[in-house]
Design a protein around this ligand. Structure first.
Ligand code: GAR
Length: 198
């Protein structure tokens, strides 16, 4: 049986923050087209004006803005404008999807339990960057991705869901990233739904 349609007014208004190609954003946007999905992707914001994901968002008919962090003297002043754009769009939840800017407590405390992130490792392992290479260097047998809440601890908020994949002999950082990304998409779509439905 297909899920019941969710009335537009009852769908949570979600913004996706990106810095690059936006494949996780596109997965969320695609899922949100389904009448039964409890979120609407209303806004995409990139801190990098040349992010490919901005154009992709527009192809989905989603409003896409660039707020270039380089134009701001401090993280907080950048985050002030980010916050304002989210408030202007009546956003209920924020999904970071390859958003490569650390958010300060000034921002995260204004959105408690309202910001999600996808991270390409099995947190608490490998917070930060170069997660695929670090998993290989450590000789791990498994790798994966995590959706978690964002708070002031970098990649340290409560875990919502994880997917684990096996590391194969001969895997490189690139091959791992490529094999992991479809799992990221599925995990993020399911996690956002789970958060909204409670
Ligand atoms: C994804 O692999 C995501 O997990 C990672 O960036 C990639 C973005 O790809 N995020 C981080 O590393 C955050 N620290 P996408 O732009 O195609 O969604």
């Amino acid at each position: 049986m297909s899920p019941q349609p969710v009335k537009a007014a009852l769908k949570k208004r979600v913004a996706v923050l990106i810095s690059g190609r936006g494949s996780n954003m596109a997965a969320l946007a695609e899922a949100a087209r389904a009448p039964g999905y409890p979120a609407e992707i209303c806004l995409v914001i990139s801190n990098r004006p040349n992010a490919g994901g901005l154009e992709l968002a527009r192809e989905f008919g989603i409003k896409a803005l660039s707020i270039d962090h380089k134009n701001y003297p401090s993280r907080e002043s950048f985050e002030g404008d980010l916050h304002e754009a989210l408030i202007d769009a009546n956003i209920n939840l924020i999904c970071c999807a390859g958003f490569m800017r650390v958010l300060t407590p000034y921002f995260t405390r204004q959105w408690p339990n309202k910001i999600l992130n996808i991270h390409p490792s099995l947190l608490p392992k490998y917070k930060g960057l170069n997660t695929h290479q670090r998993a290989l260097d450590a000789g791990d047998t498994h790798h994966g991705c995590t959706v978690h809440y964002v708070n002031e601890d970098l990649d340290g908020g409560a875990v919502i869901a994880q997917t684990e994949i096996k590391i194969n002999a001969g895997d490189t950082a690139e091959s791992l990233a490529k094999r992991l990304i479809p799992h990221e998409h599925k995990l993020y779509v399911g996690s956002l739904e789970k958060v909204i439905k409670g």
